[in-house]
Each structure stands twice: as structure tokens, then as C-alpha cells.
Design a protein around this ligand. Structure first.
Ligand code: ZN
Ligand code: ZN
Length: 232
């Protein structure tokens, strides 16, 4: 079956659709433009840099509600291109290769973050515009790769929020406050929240607070890419 599928849908570069000679994610031209999150980085939020006690100044002064956030890639180059296509260019089919890329490249993190997967939900309005929720598609694929349960019913976005792009940090925090509702079913569980891009962490933090208030024990955040702070 897998062989048959590869005949019909040969593996293609997730950033430019170039057909690949065998299984893989990026073509020879895009591969050098894939930027992995550099080591060392903050042990709480993965901000690149060598920090005293391995924690960045921001996490030091305002400890995030989640245990750890991690992204295998920087939101730049070929990965940013792939995510843009996935999100804004009507390419829900990219969920499959991007889900396996995420599972593969975050294997070490996922050993520690062993709980069920929950997508960071898009508001229904945006879902209607786009026709699909990229975080949910990505999480479902990741769940298949890891053979791990996905509980998209554990977290709902119940209030529409403005786009976070261009908002300052305090405005971002205020914008997402009270945006989520968690199911009482999360009580006693560790949760791995999944999204495509981590920016300031405002949304991930608010979702974490909501899940913890509903009784979740620990929250881990996993995204495919992480935006550099100086670029925001
Ligand atoms: Zn390519
Ligand atoms: Zn940090």
C-alpha cells in the first residue's frame, strides 16, 4: 500500500514541490535553507542563546505557565516557506509530510513530553475562511506517526481574537486572555500542545493556563518552527 501511494504521490519537497528521488522532506536546493533551532537555547522556551542557569531573561522574570516549549526549526528559509504554503495557500495535504517531519525532528523532546497531543485551536471564524485548521491537521498526523492519542476536544477557542501579528507583548497577552475553554477531561493528564509556529508564546501561555486551571498536570508546547524574537 505504501509503495502504491508513493507511485501515485511521489515524495515532493514541502517548500517547493520538487519531486524527490526517494523519501525525504526537502529538495537539494531547499535543504541548505532549513535552519535548525541552534543549541544552546533556553530550557523553558527554546530562545536561542547561552543563558546563566539555561533560562532566558524573559522566562527568568516571567516564568511561563508551561513546563517547556520546543521547536526543531527557526521560522525562516525553507521551513517558513513550507508553513506559509500549508497555512495560507490551501495546501492541507502538507500536513502529512510536515507531521512526520515534526515527529522525526522533535523525537528527543517527545520522549520527555509523553502525554496526549492537543492542537492549539483556531477560532471557528478563521476556520471558515481557510476551510481547515492547520494545527489540528498537523496534530492528527503527528499522532499517527507517534501512535499517540489526539484530543482536540480538550481545548476550544471560545472567543475570537485579533491577529497577533503587529501587536506588542502586553497587547498580545490581553488579546488572548480568556480566549480558550478546557474540558474537565484534562484533569490529571499531561498535555502536549501542538501548533505550527511559536512567536511570543502569549497564545501558548494562555492555552496552558486554561488547561492547568482545568486540572492538567503539566503542559509541553511543540511547534514546527519558532520565530526569532528580534524579528518580531
Ligand atoms: Zn525545494
Ligand atoms: Zn525562555
Amino acid at each position: 500500500m505504501e509503495g502504491l501511494l508513493e507511485l501515485v504521490y511521489p515524495p515532493a519537497c514541502v517548500a517547493c514541490d520538487e519531486v524527490l528521488p526517494g523519501p525525504g522532506f526537502f529538495c537539494d536546493e531547499c535543504a541548505p535553507l532549513v535552519l535548525e533551532t541552534p543549541a544552546p537555547h533556553c530550557r523553558r522556551c527554546a530562545e536561542p542563546g547561552a543563558f546563566p542557569r539555561a533560562t532566558c531573561p524573559r522566562c527568568e522574570s516571567r516564568p511561563p505557565p508551561f513546563t517547556r516549549a520546543f521547536a526543531p526549526f527557526e521560522h525562516d528559509g525553507a521551513v517558513a516557506k513550507a508553513i506559509h504554503r500549508f497555512k495560507y495557500e490551501q495546501r492541507p495535504d502538507l500536513a502529512r509530510p510536515l507531521g512526520s517531519l515534526l515527529g522525526k525532528s522533535a523525537a528527543a523532546f517527545l520522549k520527555d513530553a509523553a502525554g496526549p497531543l492537543v492542537p492549539l485551536p483556531l477560532h471557528t471564524g478563521r476556520f471558515r475562511e481557510r476551510g481547515y485548521d492547520q494545527a489540528t491537521l498537523l496534530t492528527v498526523e503527528l499522532g499517527q506517526v507517534l501512535k499517540r492519542p489526539v484530543h482536540d476536544e480538550w481545548l476550544e477557542r471560545t472567543r475570537a481574537t485579533e491577529r497577533q501579528v503587529g501587536l506588542h507583548e502586553d497587547a498580545r497577552d490581553a488579546n488572548v486572555r480568556g480566549a480558550f475553554t478546557a474540558s474537565p477531561a484534562v484533569r490529571g493528564h499531561e498535555v502536549v500542545l501542538v501548533d505550527d509556529v511559536y512567536t511570543t508564546g502569549s497564545t501558548a501561555s494562555e492555552a496552558s493556563r486554561t488547561l492547568l486551571a482545568a486540572g492538567a498536570t503539566r503542559i509541553f508546547i511543540l511547534t514546527l518552527a519558532r520565530a526569532r524574537r528580534e524579528l518580531m
